[in-house]
Design a protein around this ligand. Structure first.
Ligand SMILES: [Zn+2]
Length: 200
């Protein structure tokens, strides 16, 4: 989630067992589960690595997020409480701190959590679970395809979105869609664009 292990990092079982104080059987169950969530790749006889999402997967993950998060924003506008709004503002302040301190790891982690916080407030546990998986995978996608030094979700995008949510504007749905599209477009390297250009 915070890019401390980049895509394709080898995960050595004995080291992980030592770090987490787990037996091999338990560790393998955990790796299986992470593989199921597509954040780890298991290869026969070659152990586990941090997954590197493909270009097609990157496109599909962000397309799915646009659908799910439009719906979550719509629900949020209708049902958010004052406490939900307060939590969003508190979260924004943490993001802005991380931004000011150039704490890239915290920025990446917090930017994903902003989206999850909104989903939690919207109150659909199924969509929340789906989004959790998609946000983890987005973090790997950003690690794999973002230009070096580029920002994850810029905090001003979240600030504009929060302001619009506070006013309960339906325009917030469009802002969210544009925001996710923007994050995806920023990933696009030239060769990536060429590949997708041929398919669309
Ligand atoms: Zn964002």
């Amino acid at each position: 989630m915070d890019h401390s292990l980049p895509p394709e990092t080898r995960l050595v079982e004995s080291e992980l067992c030592a770090i987490f104080g787990l037996g091999r059987t338990r560790l393998r169950q955990v790796l299986q589960r992470l593989a199921h969530e597509r954040v780890v790749t298991l290869m026969r006889n070659r152990g586990a690595t941090v997954a590197k999402p493909s270009i097609a997967e990157a496109r599909d993950v962000f397309a799915a997020r646009r659908v799910i998060e439009s719906n979550l924003v719509e629900t949020f506008i209708k049902s958010a409480t004052r406490k939900d709004m307060k939590q969003l503002h508190e979260h924004l302040a943490r993001e802005e701190d991380a931004w000011r301190n150039h704490d890239r790891r915290a920025m990446i982690k917090l930017s994903g959590e902003f989206h999850l916080l909104l989903a939690e407030a919207a109150g659909n546990s199924i969509l929340l679970q789906l989004l959790r998986d998609l946000v983890s995978r987005s973090s790997l996608i950003i690690a794999a395809y973002q230009a070096p030094g580029a920002a994850p979700c810029p905090p001003d995008a979240h600030r504009h979105l929060t302001a619009s949510l506070e006013r309960r504007e339906r325009g917030a749905i469009k802002l969210m869609v544009h925001h996710l599209q923007h994050v995806f477009d920023d990933l696009m390297l030239e060769d990536l664009k060429a590949v997708l250009g041929n398919r669309q």
